[in-house]
Design a protein around this ligand. Structure first.
Ligand SMILES: [Fe+2]
Length: 196
């Protein structure tokens, strides 16, 4: 498999972790407790920073190449670039919702829930679609020179949260992800202990 597809899949797994963090904070909000809005902000900052600037552009390049090599397969994928523009809009709506809450502006709880929930649901749907349609079609249709060309145009910026040195602004978020993973691990271990 192309190295680029492997990177994209890995980035999807990382995005999944952040969506789980958001989902967890949304559960807190839905119980009428106070979620950690700093975590919301850090997740938003990450999405604005890395997926918007590095992950989606890589996929857009893959899609461009696919259109040139196999137009029918690209048609089946739909308009990947338009999907990314919709993702950007949903992210902006999430930014505004969190800002409204933090500024104490009047905001229906249900509206906040819907904005966060829709952001999470659509991110998942979008990644699922790419993994089912775009990536397999690209693996099949792109030629080695296409991958080499994408590779040459990639900016080699490292992921600021999951790769290498964690940027200071994301350290609290990283601790949250680790804590959450440990807790999930612990809760997964529990049933087997019962069986023993
Ligand atoms: Fe993606």
């Amino acid at each position: 498999m192309s190295n680029i597809i492997q990177i994209l899949l890995e980035e999807h797994r990382n995005i999944d972790k952040l969506l789980l963090v958001l989902e967890r904070e949304l559960d807190v909000f839905d119980r009428s407790e106070e979620p950690d809005y700093e975590i919301f902000q850090a997740v938003i900052q990450y999405f604005q920073d890395y997926p918007e600037n590095c992950h989606h552009p890589k996929e857009d390049m893959v899609f461009e190449k696919l259109k040139a090599r196999d137009a029918a397969a690209a048609d089946r994928v739909g308009d990947a670039e338009a999907d990314h523009r919709v993702e950007t809009l949903r992210l902006r709506r999430l930014v505004e919702a969190v800002e409204d809450i933090l500024a104490g502006r009047e905001f229906l709880r249900q509206t906040f829930h819907d904005v966060v929930h829709e952001f999470i649901a659509h991110q998942r749907q979008h990644m699922d679609k790419e993994e089912r349609l775009l990536f397999p079609a690209a693996i099949k249709g792109l030629r080695p020179e296409d991958w080499a060309d994408i590779d040459a145009r990639l900016n080699d910026r490292k992921d600021p949260l999951f790769n290498g040195v964690i940027e200071t602004k994301f350290q609290a978020l990283q601790r949250t992800i680790l804590r959450w993973e440990q807790e999930t691990e612990t809760s997964r271990v529990k049933p087997s202990r019962v069986q023993i």
